[in-house]
Every structure is written in structure tokens, then in C-alpha cells.
Ligand binder design. Sequence first.
Ligand code: GDP
Ligand code: IMO
Ligand code: MG
Length: 422
Amino acid sequence: MPATVVVGAQWGDEGKGKIVDLLAQESDVVCRYQGGPNAGHTIVADGETWKLRQLPSGVVSGTTSVVGAGCVVDPEVFLDEIDLLESRGVDPSIVVLSGNAHLIMPWHVTIDRASERRLGKLQIGTTRRGIGPAYADKASRIGIRVQDVLDAKILRQKIAVALAEKNVWLERVYETEGFDLEDVWSRYAGYAERLAPFVGDVSLLIDDALRAGRHVLFEGAQATMLDLDHGTYPFVTSSNPIASGAATGVGIGPTRIDRVLGVAKAYVTRVGEGPLPSEIEGPQQARLRELGGEYGTVTGRERRCGWLDLVALRYAVRVNGITSLALTKLDVLSEFDELPVCIRYRQRDGSETPHFPAHQSDFHHAEPVFEVVAGWRRPLDEAATLAELPGPARAYVELVARELEVPVELVGIGAARDRVLA
Ligand code: GDP
Ligand code: IMO
Ligand code: MG
């Protein structure tokens, strides 16, 4: 099974980075297909902690790591992470960057902040890294791509075209200062020399790898419920994290993907605004947050915590075509006597459904129906296989597999690379 997509099945931060790092040990290429430095993937390997935002998690193991056309790239973050590789003894020449990926420009960050401020109570709670405005300009066809920095004349022209509009917008609508063409140009032209060696034809590279029977991992950032088309719009990111986004984001056909591994936490978290039906009420939420260390990697914000939501997960299985699951952070639940699991939603008319509501207002009114299962009240450290988990922990994993009709292939019982049961 050479081509595997690893996709977040909930609201992000499921532990995708850790799972990708683990699978990268047996892969030839790892490829990010969407998103940008809004991602925060923490990997703990060989006693070292990595926090990656822009580069694929494959870099930790020194695997060829590719950033596809569907990504947006902040050159400063990209180059900082290249420096990090060097400082940790990883040869940065394993990194390949698509010339078609779009650049996050300084005005994207300013507009992201200003527009959130303007939305006030209606804000999305973005990571404020310029993600939405960069994708918006891509769709409007005034975006600036990685390949544009390689030609100083083209770069200047494109910045001038963008600024002619952005500066009016910034000054008149957002009442903030605009940007100076020469300043931005010299800064971005300055990146050219350092970026140039990484730029390559990602679509061709992946196609060649697949034709040669190599193992390719497609690493999603964000997650299903944050997908622009299929997530909880408008409280979503501006790209397509779902598995089919891998094909468009990389430039291969959908028939090339062999399997889709969904990554789900044994509970749920969400950073930012928007509905979260199984959000825990009362002090248990703070307890779970503490136990799970649920604070954002990029923004440091508290993550909202909820019990496992099988309705949302069932939906993730559908929209991604998930063929197996990795259930992470099971160890975090070890302190609880009882574990509510959301198995259905109660709708406004009192009926119950196992399916995720298709309409926003139905979803906003959906109430979780919980089945309460027994906790295991002991650490999971000693288990070396799934069979060695305490009975109630095994039952918890089996409940997920049974309800979703998808095998649970991997179970996370700690942050380190080897703390995964297969
Ligand atoms: P990602 O964005 O999906 O890559 O996830 P994050 O890295 O943002 O958040 C997951 C956090 O949980 C990281 O700090 C990981 O080191 C940690 N983690 C991953 N898997 C496990 C696990 O099975 N158990 C525990 N306790 N921590 C885990
Ligand atoms: P990883 O890859 C969790 C959330 C933000 C906000 C919404 C839109 O680590 O799982 P954006 O800056 O993308 O325009 O913000 O999406 N968000 C994430 N939440 N994990 C992430 O990435 C996220 N990336 C964006 O909090 O609600
Ligand atoms: Mg994260």
C-alpha cells in the first residue's frame, strides 16, 4: 500500500505529527498537501521535542519531505525550520518545496488580525498567521507564488499589483497602515537565494516515487471539521484538509491513493470558536485539559475539551473514506472512573440521529446523547500490545471500531514515538 493519507478526523491536534513521524520510519517520502504555519505538530522522538508548523513531520526522521502546491508558505517560518533542521543535524536537502505553493505576504497577517478584530464577537478565532487572506488571494488570482520570488522583476510586478489594492483596503477599511512596495520587494527578493535550492516539481516527484513503488505519506494539517467545504463553516480553515485534498494539493489523481488513516484523539478538542457538541461542562473539562496538556502549539490558547464524539467521527469516516484509524492519547483518560461517549445527536424535534447534521442550524442545536462506559483507572504504560490493555480500555477501542465499522490500527498511549500500540 504505497500511498497513504494521514488525516485529522476531528478538530485538529489529534496527534497527526506523531503518527506521521512513526510511519515515516517506513516511508520514502512525506508530503504536506495543504495549510501553512497555522499547523502545530509536536513530535517527541529520541528524547527531543520538535514543534513543526510549516515543514512535514517526515523531517524528524530525515525522510524526504515535500511541501505541495496546496500549501501556503510563510518564508520566514519555512527558513527558520530549515535552520532548525541544520541545528539538529538533519540535512535540509531532504526538503522540496512546490513552486506553485502560495506565499503568505505581510498584508495577509495584518488583514487576518484586523478582520478578526472587526468581527468582534463573531470572530473565528484564527491562528492569525494570514492563512485565510492568503487563500483568498489565491482564489482571487492575485496571490504570489513561491516561483515568483525566483524572478525579481516578476516579483516586483506582482507585489505592486497586490499592494495597489491591499493598501487602499488596509488604509480605508481597516484604518491601518499600508505597506511600502520597495520594502516588501527587497525583503521577499532577499528570500530568493535561500528558497531557490528547495524549489522543485512536487507533482512529478510524487508520481515518480509512486511509479517506483515507493511508500508515500500524505500529511494533512488541520482536520475534517475544519475543512473549508465539509467542516463547520464558517468556523473552519481556508483549505481542504480532508483526504481528497491530498490529490489536488499535490497534483496526483485520486486513483493513486491506496489508504486513508484517520487520526482521532480518544476525546475531542477544539481551539478557536464554533460549536463542539460534546464539550464537557463543569470542572472535568479543566481536568482533561491539564491531563492532556491541551494548549495550542501555535498560539498557546487553551483547547476546549469534550468527550469522544462518534457522530462527528462517523462523518469523518465518510467524507475522508477512512480505511483505518489511529486513536491517540488513550492514556490521558486513565484517571477517569467513567467515560461518556457521544453516540448520537438529539435533534430539535427530539429524535436522535447517528449522522452529522447537514445544515448549520441543526448542528448548532444538536445535543449529545452519551453512552457512559467504564474507565480503567490505571496507567497504560505496561501494555506492549493492544491485547495487553486493561479490559475497559480495550472495550473503549472496540466500541469505536464497532460503531464506525473501521478497524483501529494504532493506539497512542504516550507522546513519545514508541508509545503506540499496533
Ligand atoms: P497534531 O497537530 O495533530 O500533530 O497534534 P499536536 O501536536 O498539536 O497535539 C498533539 C499533542 O499530543 C502533542 O503534544 C503530542 O506530543 C501529544 N501526543 C500525541 N499522541 C499522544 C498520545 O498517545 N498520548 C499522549 N499523552 N500524548 C500524545
Ligand atoms: P493542526 O495541524 C487546531 C483553527 C483555528 C481557527 C480555525 C481557522 O495542528 O491540527 P486559521 O488560522 O486556519 O484561519 O484558523 O482553524 N486551526 C486549528 N486548530 N489545529 C490546527 O492545526 C489548526 N489550524 C487552524 O484555531 O479556529
Ligand atoms: Mg496541532
